[in-house]
Design a protein around this ligand. Structure first.
Ligand code: CA
Length: 222
């Protein structure tokens, strides 16, 4: 459990212990990250309001560091944006404070049953990272700014690394029917993408497969 309010943390810990669980408490996000990185927890209860980095950022970093334990987020406000933000950062469920202990238990049980999340919210192919929620892309530590269409196209590639995608496949996923017979639009956008995602880094990640289409290298380009 990551929670800075001592009384709250103690209460939840006692309740969970009585139900047969063992609980570690981290008083802030940094501590929580260190603990989650060194121990394989069945579930993480994460408060949004924390000193230093908040719960959203903690969740984002957990997923980036490939910690896939189910995360139940505690949010103080019943704000829709908070819930969406929480789920977008990779949380699996949320609970609004104040909550009933019985509900916390029930949700934790459901999450633990489900096991670690299967789909990382941030796509990674080698050094390429793409966050569908925030519409951001990075190669290594450097952020790359893409237009909406370029982003859509890269996302399609990153969801199918190593697969050959025909111009038709790409058109179908990224463009509406008006472009049906204009497959050269794909060639144009692949060129734009290469200009931003590959060329400045002197690598090649999007390969042309003659007569078939394009393929994103599994290693993200080198
Ligand atoms: Ca708190």
């Amino acid at each position: 459990m990551v929670e800075d309010e001592v009384k709250m943390a103690a209460l939840v810990r006692r309740g969970l212990s009585e139900d047969g669980h063992s609980v570690d408490v981290a008083a802030n996000g940094e501590e929580g990250l260190v603990m989650a990185g060194s121990t394989e927890y069945d579930a993480i209860v994460l408060d949004v309001m924390l000193p230093g980095i908040d719960g959203f950022e903690v969740c984002r970093r957990l997923r980036r560091e490939r910690v896939w334990a189910p995360v139940l987020m505690l949010t103080a406000r019943d704000a829709v944006e908070d819930r969406i933000a929480g789920l977008d950062t990779g949380a699996d469920d949320y609970l609004i404070k104040p909550f009933s202990f019985a509900e916390l238990l029930a949700r934790l049980r459901a999450l633990a049953r489900r096991g670690p999340v299967e789909h990382p919210p941030v796509l990674e192919v080698g050094p390429l990272r793409l966050d569908p929620a925030s519409h951001r892309v990075w190669r290594g530590e450097r952020e790359i700014h893409l237009s909406t269409k370029e982003f859509t196209l890269l996302e399609i590639f990153m969801r199918r690394p190593g697969q050959v995608l025909s111009r038709f496949d790409l058109l179908e996923h990224a463009w509406d029917y008006a472009y049906e017979n204009r497959s050269n639009v794909i060639d144009v956008y692949v060129r734009y993408l290469r200009e931003k995602v590959d060329r400045p880094f002197r690598v090649s990640s999007i390969e042309t497969v003659r007569g078939a289409g394009y393929r994103l290298r599994i290693d993200g380009g080198r």
